[in-house]
Design a protein around this ligand. Structure first.
Ligand code: PMP
Length: 290
């Protein structure tokens, strides 16, 4: 991803893509003192931008650092880099991190930095997954407890186990992995939230040790507008047997139907595909944005 043309917003200025570099002693690289966002532009407008950038600031605060830019300034920077890149439909990656002024676990003397990159990113799991449903296995890594890690921050360190789980899934021929939480309850995939359908109701795990995704909340709103009851509760893997449909939600994943988790099978059904369509309509400004 580093060798290409383009512009990256970097600490207040637009830098050529290849020159947007950090020093090897960057604290974030050694101790995972970094937080990030993922947001998408649809038709030249960044969907839920304010919510994403507020979560970025909140995530940094949870890790103990303040960004020297306001939410409004970060919003303006996101729009600026998207316009400069000439991409109307794109993925945006804001990332904030601690710099290279200090080595060791302590980081009070480090400077906070912020960069925003934009690129084209189509269906995260590929077009095939949307038609046939995503095939998932169950990860051996579990989401940590909220007293073990700052699970409500979108912090880079939390993704180490996601990458390992994703690679293990790929090596076994699957598109992604379901991660359980430390209690053994169903949590989420390696980069998206999860929903199940049974008897006309949607069921989704309570987000008490993983991100309460912005897409998750948006899709819950759409479902409720459609008169579909949405239940947030503890879900145990044994229950997967009885669910009819399953889908993932996330900025990159959008709404992706799931056909398989380990030994369990799900229909790529009308409800999942309908919610996907309504979500994309809303993101593209074809449906009111509630
Ligand atoms: N869980 C994880 C682990 C994620 O990386 C993401 C993507 N940010 C989500 C859930 C979904 O969050 P959102 O809908 O806000 O993109």
């Amino acid at each position: 991803y580093d060798d290409r043309d383009g512009w990256i917003w970097f600490d207040g200025e637009l830098k050529p893509w290849r020159e947007a570099n950090v020093h090897i002693l960057t604290h974030a690289m050694h101790y995972a003192s970094a937080v990030f966002e993922g947001q998408r532009g649809y038709n030249g407008k960044i969907f839920k931008m304010e919510e994403h950038n507020q979560r970025l600031i909140d995530s940094a605060n949870i890790l103990g650092f303040d960004l020297p830019w306001s939410r409004e300034e970060i919003d303006a920077a996101c729009i600026d880099v998207m316009e400069k890149s000439g991409l109307n439909d794109c993925y945006q990656r804001p990332i904030a991190w601690r710099g290279s002024e200090q080595m060791g676990v302590a980081a009070q003397k480090t400077k906070p930095h912020l960069a925003i990159a934009v690129w084209e990113w189509g269906a995260y799991f590929g077009e095939d997954a949307i038609r046939k449903g995503l095939r998932m296995n169950i990860a051996k890594w579990r989401r940590p407890a909220p007293y073990t890690a700052p699970t409500n921050a979108k912090a880079t360190g939390l993704y180490m186990i996601c990458t390992m789980a994703k690679h293990a899934a790929a090596d076994a021929g699957y598109g992604d992995a379901l991660m359980l939480d430390w209690r053994g309850q169903v949590a989420e995939s390696t980069g998206a939230n999860i929903f199940f359908l049974k008897d006309g109701k949607l069921h989704t795990p309570t987000p008490d040790c993983f991100l309460d995704g912005i897409t998750r909340r948006t899709v819950m709103g759409i479902a409720r507008e459609n008169g579909i009851e949405v239940v947030e509760r503890a879900i145990w893997p044994e229950e997967l047997e009885g669910f009819e449909q399953c889908f993932l939600t996330g900025t990159a994943a959008e709404v992706t139907p799931v056909s398989e988790i380990g030994p369990w099978r799900f229909e790529v059904g009308e409800l999942s595909l309908g919610l996907r369509k309504q979500y994309l309509d809303m993101a593209n400004g074809r449906l009111s944005n509630k």
